[in-house]
Design a protein around this ligand. Structure first.
Ligand code: UT7
Length: 337
């Protein structure tokens, strides 16, 4: 639960996104693996996804830079107004420097603290809860948070890797969080969870050492997403519903009080399962998976930025942010805007 004793509240004053230009459609995938567009649409809801052009410099740091710049423009503030930059990603350009350091420099944020946080698809939701706590502590006033991943460079586009190949795409979203004098604004409940034992169901091995016990070593699997789709699906349906129930209980509210559920886009069937269980109407749970697939940490801020662009979110709305993914990880962040 969130500590409500802070003198401050937190407001979200801007959002932005960046998507690579290049599209990878279901029909493109039909050309390189045994699959059909019909199967993909029926089992996931996805029709296309974006793919960063790595060779031409389209990398996580680059789409992150564009996304935060768009968020700063939306907030009508400049990079020098930020006093901390946090980047949720599991696909930094390289192990070091962090995407945070690269982006802070590129946007001209000065010598502020900057770092990456890796919680896979849950990364952005975890990080927005961290930003809320840091602002409420009084230590920071304006924090930029980016969720960005270029996962397609770790995908095997052959029949052997088709489970992951059809699902994932690249993208970035960002938000600006600022201290508010209204204590009513900000996060009112949250959850962060992990289960390392389940990590074997979704991982990217860099070497032989990274193969879980009982996995047969396969050289072709190095640096490629390894996913037990069925096990992850089961985990996701279960934990997604559980975390919604727990967060509602923590906040002492019923599902219909929430104005928007901003959810990680992993598979349309997972989203539908939660909508059915809690009676969430379609207009309260935006789905954009058909256009972008699963963009890992980019997914949640992409949904938020699109909702803001369309004017669907209003000041004072109650918004629940939700995600689950590799690690395994899952969590929520419930905000009073
Ligand atoms: O951010 C979190 C990350 N990941 C997830 O949330 C992923 C969760 N899992 C999923 O979304 C689903 O498990 C997948 C979309 C990956 C797979 O869908 P599924 O309904 O669980 O398929 P399945 O693995 O149970 O396979 C059913 C059938 C199998 O054929 P048989 O054995 O019934 O003849 C598969 O070989 O579908 C076949 N299949 C495919 N066919 C065409 C599996 N993948 C494909 C494919 N195209 N891409």
């Amino acid at each position: 639960m969130s500590d409500t004793n802070s003198r401050f509240g937190v407001e979200i004053i801007g959002s932005g996104l960046c998507l690579p230009e290049s599209r990878l459609t279901n029909h493109d995938l039909e050309e390189c693996m045994e699959t059909t567009s019909d199967w993909i649409v029926k089992r996931t809801g996805i029709t296309e996804r974006r793919r960063a052009d790595q060779a031409n410099g389209e990398r996580t740091s680059q789409i992150s830079t564009k996304a935060i710049q768009n968020a700063l423009d939306d907030a009508k503030i400049s990079a020098s107004d930020l006093d901390l930059l946090l980047v949720a990603t599991m696909t930094p350009d390289s192990p070091t420097p962090s995407v945070g350091c690269i982006v802070a420099d590129r946007i001209g944020a000065g010598k502020i603290g900057a770092m990456d946080i890796n919680a896979a698809c849950s990364g952005f939701v975890f990080t927005m809860s961290i930003a809320d706590a840091l602002i409420k502590s009084g230590a920071y006033k304006t924090i930029g948070v980016i969720g960005a991943d270029c996962i397609t460079r770790f995908i095997d586009y052959s029949t052997a890797g088709r489970g992951a190949a059809i699902l994932f795409g690249d993208g970035a979203g960002a938000m600006i969080f600022r201290r508010s004098e209204s204590q009513a604004q900000g996060m009112i409940a949250h959850r962060m969870h992990s289960d390392g034992e389940g990590g074997k169901h979704l991982f990217i091995p860099s070497s032989l050492l990274d193969f879980p016990e009982n996995f047969e070593f396969d050289e072709n699997a190095i640096n490629r997403v390894q996913m037990n789709g069925k096990a992850v699906f089961k985990f996701a349906v279960n934990k997604f519903q559980q975390v919604i129930a727990d967060t509602l209980e923590d906040a002492g509210i019923s599902p219909e009080k929430v104005d928007h559920y901003v959810c990680h886009q992993a598979n349309l069937r997972i989203l539908d399962s939660a909508r059915e269980r809690f009676g969430i109407p379609e207009e309260k749970l935006l789905v954009n998976i058909h256009k972008y697939g699963n963009t890992v940490a980019g997914s949640v801020p992409l949904v938020y930025a699109e909702l803001m662009e369309s004017g669907k979110i209003k000041p004072g709305d109650l918004v629940m942010f939700l995600a689950f993914g590799a690690g395994l990880t899952w969590g929520s962040s419930l905000w009073q805007l």
